[in-house]
Design a protein around this ligand. Structure first.
Ligand code: APR
Length: 243
């Protein structure tokens, strides 16, 4: 493991194109619950059962209560050393992209600029009928209404069963295909298309690295797997990057 660690450090030092994919594990040390961990329940509901268009259509008040609760939770959290290390990594790599599945906004808060929020953001709201969309950090009503047409607003996140914004996926695929190094951090690698990015990167010649608390279905396919807390491993990897 020590050898792997030093090798990954050297690799990052030499790389010009790096893509990092993050998941809920990167925010765990900030106190944001992961999706599939033991804390991934809200009341008696699984997050996965609420983050769905059909759940919103049937019970908009319940789904909004869940999202307003998540907004309140994240508001109390702060970026942790993993977020900060990734913001630092961006400064050292000429072509860098951070693709996150997280909707908490903590990467941006930590100072990352080259971030793609592929599942949207808790801080975005959009109209269910017209094109109104906005960033909104305020406390929202139980059932927020569109200021333009008066219809119901919804969270600006991508739910299960919904497509990613086409331009976002296209850019992600393009960048992953061109990476020298692909690093996956704090994701269970169970949700597509992100769970296949490592293979896409590898098929195009990238070296692949996983940083996660525990093995995932992708671990065996990675060139390097570093197991432990992202908030401890990433700062160590970034310390001393020369570029
Ligand atoms: N450091 C590193 N990894 C961690 C840490 C930590 N401190 N804490 C937890 N992990 C790991 C867990 O071991 C797990 O493998 O992070 C992973 C989190 O997995 P999930 O909860 O499944 O989250 P994620 O992979 O981001 O989920 C993907 O699924 O529900 C949807 O849209 C939602 O974006 C989400 C997507």
């Amino acid at each position: 493991m020590v050898a792997s660690f030093e090798m990954v450090k050297a690799l990052l030092d030499e790389s010009r194109r790096v893509v990092v994919l993050t998941g809920a594990g990167v925010s765990a040390e900030s106190g944001v619950p992961t999706f599939r961990g033991i804390d991934g329940l809200w009341k008696t509901h699984r997050a996965e059962d609420l983050a769905r268009p059909d759940s919103f259509a049937q019970h908009p008040e319940l789904v909004w209560e869940f999202y307003n609760w998540r907004r309140e939770q994240v508001r109390k959290c702060e970026p942790n050393p993993a977020h900060i290390a990734l913001a630092e990594m961006e400064k050292h790599i000429p072509n860098f992209l951070l693709i996150t599945q997280n909707v908490d906004g903590l990467h941006t808060w930590a100072g990352s600029h080259k971030v793609m929020e592929m599942h949207g953001s808790l801080w975005q709201v959009k109209c269910t009928v017209c094109t109104h969309a906005r960033e909104d950090f305020s406390e929202l009503p139980d059932l927020p209404e569109c200021p333009v047409c008066g219809h119901l607003l919804r969270p600006g996140v991508v739910w299960f069963g919904e497509s990613l914004v086409p331009g976002v996926l296209r850019l992600a695929i393009e960048q992953v295909s061109q990476a020298d190094v692909f690093v996956s951090v704090g994701t269970s690698n169970l949700v597509q298309p992100a769970a296949s990015f490592h293979q896409l990167a590898k098929d195009h010649g990238a070296v692949t690295v996983e940083v996660n608390l525990e093995p995932t279905p992708n671990t065996g396919l990675m060139d390097f797997a570093l197991h432990g807390k992202a908030g401890e491993i990433l700062p160590e990897l970034v310390t001393g990057l020369l570029k």
